[in-house]
Design a protein around this ligand. Structure first.
Ligand SMILES: [Zn+2]
Length: 518
């Protein structure tokens, strides 16, 4: 009897402890096991980042990536398709060769910007000059003929190639403060220099081109060691190349000291006319409520200085891997699971905005959407995006995620609705429940976001595996939830001026893009 009583007590304690902890769920255990023991992330990353490469809108590589994703889903038994939503200027990047040939020979680190015109197989050799400090647009017009036959440097020379964290660690407080002060003054002065021409950063290269310059040189330093941001060219006939801080400032100093460098530039590229743009969509049909949707979301396109590994290769892979795992472990979801791999996010959330416009039947019946798009790091923040009841369902779903995968994960309820930044905002704008699975930084903003260093080696696979697990469990929980989510909006906060902020407005997708740049 005594022994029986002891057993009874032990049983009571166990029940109590389990009541506090998470209820064991074999589906969640199996999701974790599949993600851990049979991860496809490295293989997918190699195929997409190394094999196909960057995914700039309108390029053949973007199309290859769409086709690759559809084939990959098919191989996992998931039905997928590429859905056309618009057209873009077609362009294909070729080689960039940039060499200094005077006063000494040095191959320069740099590359043509996206949509850069081709030099038609020939290297252009010419002197380099710096955009002068003119008093006004009249003085600029007077100076303009001097650009004929020259390459023009239109970026500021940075006072340091060391990132601030490096100064902070090793410099004296005084020298760090002095550098920052100098940099602010020089940056302001350079902004004035551009403004005084009467042109903007966009129209200045075009003015130089019209006046007979042979090329435009920028250096868009990204405040880390050896890292530049690579965006698009505005010139239509002459090349625009970005040169790394080290080489750019070398040429700048030479020019300032009176030794005018000569460089030779060859850029290859192909104009591809007008090409269609797509979203890749894949679906696991719901068994009980097929007309209600839980969505996974990540933009598929990228800039093309690197390979778009963390913007947004890692978000893409998180969603693909979560889909693969869900299909294997949870093949008959109660609600329909849909993934959107969006095109042309980088030019203004165009793929997801188009989807929202084209599929009201899905958007109206969206249980929740989970988007990831800020690098390779572990998910650390989920905001309720201003939805009043988000604390209820997000907390319940997150509760199903085992503790070790949400270590340091914070929630913000109700949060404020995101007006942009990534594709969840396209859904939030129409009052649909789009959430952002926000990652910790790994210095994303300076080192990989839109840079020439956004490559495979920056991916932290354990963190991406973690994110695939969190995403798959959230999707599973949202599918199983007995109740449909509520969309009531919270009262918007007042700003410092005493004005009530407004819910972000829906914005139209650009359905024909880049064509004016021809
Ligand atoms: Zn992105």
């Amino acid at each position: 009897m005594k022994r029986f009583f002891t057993l009874f007590l032990v049983a009571l304690i166990i029940v109590h402890v389990q009541g506090l902890a998470q209820v064991q769920d074999p589906v969640i255990d199996a999701i974790v096991k599949e993600a851990t023991d049979n991860s496809q992330l490295e293989k997918l990353a190699h195929e997409l980042f190394d094999g196909i490469g960057p995914r700039l809108v309108g390029t053949p590589q973007m199309q290859q990536a769409h086709d690759w994703a559809v084939a990959k889903y098919a191989s996992w038994g998931i039905s997928a398709k590429n859905e056309k939503w618009g057209e873009w200027r077609g362009w294909e990047r070729g080689i960039s060769h940039i060499d200094m040939i005077y006063p000494r020979v040095k191959t320069l680190e740099g590359m043509q910007l996206a949509w850069c015109p081709s030099t038609n197989g020939k290297a252009i050799t010419a002197e380099v000059i710096i955009l002068p400090d003119v008093t006004d647009s009249i003085a600029f017009q007077k100076w303009l003929p001097a650009v004929k036959g020259k390459f023009i440097m239109i970026s500021m020379k940075q006072p340091t190639g060391r990132p601030d964290y490096n100064w902070e660690e090793f410099g004296t407080k005084e020298s760090f403060e002095k550098m920052k002060k100098d940099r602010t003054e020089q940056t302001d002065a350079w902004t004035t220099r551009i403004k005084n021409t009467g042109k903007t950063n966009q129209t200045l290269p075009v003015a130089l081109e019209k006046a007979g310059a042979v090329g435009v040189i920028t250096s868009n330093w990204s405040r880390g060691f050896g890292v530049n941001k690579i965006f698009g060219a505005y010139t239509k006939k002459i090349p625009t190349v970005d040169i790394a801080l080290e080489d750019y400032s070398l040429m700048y100093r030479l020019t300032e000291s009176g030794t005018i460098p000569k460089i030779s530039v060859l850029t290859d590229s192909k104009d591809k006319g007008v090409v269609p743009t797509f979203n890749t969509l894949a679906e696991i049909k719901g068994s009980e409520k097929p007309d209600e949707y839980v969505m996974l979301s990540a933009h598929f396109d990228s800039w093309d200085g690197g390979t778009g590994a963390t913007d947004n290769g890692t978000g893409t892979l998180t969603m693909m891997e979560a889909m693969r795992i869900l299909k294997k472990i949870y093949p008959n979801p109660k609600r329909t699971i849909l993934v959107g791999h969006w095109g042309s996010e980088e030019q203004g959330l165009n793929g997801s905005r188009a989807f929202v416009e084209d599929h009201p039947e899905i958007v109206q019946n969206l249980q929740a959407l989970f988007n990831q798009d800020n690098g390779t790091g572990r998910i650390v923040t989920i905001s309720g995006q201003g939805f009043l009841h988000s604390y209820d369902y997000i907390s319940r779903w997150l509760n199903k995620v085992p503790e070790k995968f949400k270590d340091k994960l914070e929630t913000r309820f109700p949060g404020t609705p995101g007006g942009g930044g990534s594709d969840f905002a396209s859904f939030v704008a129409v009052g649909a429940l789009g959430f952002s699975l926000s990652s910790n930084s790994w210095l994303y903003g300076s080192y990989t976001w839109h840079t020439n260093r956004d490559t495979y080696d920056k991916v932290v696979f354990d963190d991406v595996r973690n994110n695939a697990i969190v995403t798959a469990i959230l999707v599973y929980a949202a599918c199983e939830d007995p109740s449909k989510t509520l969309r009531d909006k919270s009262v918007m906060p007042f700003n410092a001026k005493g004005e009530q902020s407004k819910w972000p407005e829906q914005r139209k997708a650009t359905r024909k893009g880049g064509l004016d740049q021809k």
